[in-house]
Every structure is written in C-alpha cells, then in structure tokens.
Design a protein around this ligand. Sequence first.
Ligand code: DC
Length: 221
Amino acid sequence: MFSIAIDGPAGAGKSYLADKLAEHYHLIHVDTGALYRTVGLYVSKKGIAKEDTDHIVASLPEITLSLSFTEGGQQVILNGETVGDKIRTPEIAAYASAVSAIPEVRTFLLETQRQLAREQGVIMDGRDIGTVILPDADVKIFLVADNRARAKRRLAEFLAKGIDTTLEEVLADVEKRDHNDSTRKTAPLKPAEDAILLDNSELSADETVAAAIAIIEEKRK
Ligand code: DC
C-alpha cells in the first residue's frame, strides 16, 4: 500500500499540499490534525479547561470518532455528528495543541490513523506521521516555512472565513503552538531520520506541489 507522510509545523501548507498530492496520485488525504481538533472541540464543549488533563483523559471513553471521505474532502464524525468547520477556530486550535500533548489522547487516536493506512493508500499529514504513525511510509516530507510566512497564510485563511484577527495575534499563536508541539514529551514535532526537508518560505503553493512531486518521483525510481 503506497503511503506518503507529510509532517511540519502549523501553517506550513501541509493540508493544501496533501490535497493536491492526493488528487495527483489518486490517494485519500488524511488530515490527522482534525482528529486532535475534534477531541479539543468535545472537551471545550463540555466546559473542561484545556489544562485539566485528568478530566480530558476521563472523557475519552465518551468519544467515538470516525472519518469519511467525500468529494469535498475529509469529514470528521464525532458521536454520530459531522463536526464541519467548528474545529477550525483559533480557540479550538489552542485546545487541539493542548490535548495533543497528553499521551492517552495520542494512544486513543493512534489506531484510527493506522487502520486507515492499512485499508488504502494514503497521504497523511500531521506532526508525527513519519516518526510514529507510519514509520514505514514510502515517502516522508517535512514541510517548513519561516514563522512570518506561515502566520500570513493562516491570517488569510481566518479572514476569508470571517474570523477577525491580526497578523501579530496569529504570529504569536503560531509560535506558541510550535513551541508546545515541538517540546512535548510524547511524539514531538520533529523530522523522521529519513524525511526529506522541503522549505517553502519562498515558494508559491503550486511551486511547493511541484517540488513535492519531484521528491516523490525521485523516491519511486
Ligand atoms: O495541523 P493542525 O493545525 O490541524 O493540528 C492541530 C493540533 O494537533 C496541533 O497543534 C498539533 C496537533 N497534532 C499532533 O500533535 N499530531 C498530529 N499528527 C496532528 C496534529
């Protein structure tokens, strides 16, 4: 089964790249960040503070998660209901980052991710795909861009959705999440030893896709 792992920090453009590669190679794109966001959504709706690890862990048995793949891309189903864009707010991003540092949450989501890759060829994007979830992925790309470039892209996404924020706020949020994601003890954000680094600070979205296809083709030779 052919699998591609794309890891990297928030706002590097993993999702866009993975979507385009999925189209190109006829694979499904699994956005694993959406799973952490959905756990974050559930606990925030219950009124649990994001620092309250004990309560977060205690609520895991109440959560049933699955993914469906349609023309419009991946949908996350939480206890029978599609979550849609509710997971795409700055507040839920902060919750996702907090819950993703809890080992029990990572274990809870591990099998869902691995099972998908056993069933079909996937392009999976996240933080620990190449290191933990799919250590045997055929191609591993670690996508990076400098902080300002990433914050500008995230800002454009928020403004397009009508979420009012500023570049400075988004930059602070990106830097905080990078720090959390790369310093946590369990499965921190870091490139796998056999990952290929792709820095797209100076590349357009389409140039990034072309660079990734070149990397994949080289690997497949
Ligand atoms: O990619 P994203 O912004 O949707 O991810 C949301 C949060 O989930 C992010 O702060 C880190 C965490 N995450 C993770 O720890 N491991 C993954 N494989 C994917 C996301």
